[in-house]
Design a protein. Sequence first.
Length: 163
Amino acid sequence: MKIGRVTISDRAASGQYADASGPEIERVLQEYLGPNHTFLRTIVPDDIPAIAAALRKLADDEQCALIVTTGGTGITPRDVTPEATRQVLEKELPGFGEIMRLQSYAVVKTAILSRAVAGTRGATLIINLPGKPRAVAECLGALREAILEALEHLQGRDPHQPA
């Protein structure tokens, strides 16, 4: 399976600091999904056209089954990941953002400021995660079962029927 991971950060895109959250996405997903997946990695600045273009390329051209973004989900003027993601989604899945905020709130009371969204584009599941590595692991842990079931549905399989 192809998995896209997009780090969204002006500073990481310009080389001012190393991306720590992108590698954390891979570590956690390999733990949950196994090691036999291809990760397509990209870093883009906090810019709606750049983010939307990266998501479209990974979903439409590369045909990734799963795309996970990190960063840009807060409330500063440069945090535009949800807006860019909504431009490319066909179906929004609000429960993903709700459970991420609930899970994170138990640890950090300001987690409710996150505006992360998720949804589908064709047969691709797209999920926005916060930009901190610890939050990446927490959120993916809370979403594990939903991610697995969504991938089954998007690949045309009924996860509730025996194989």
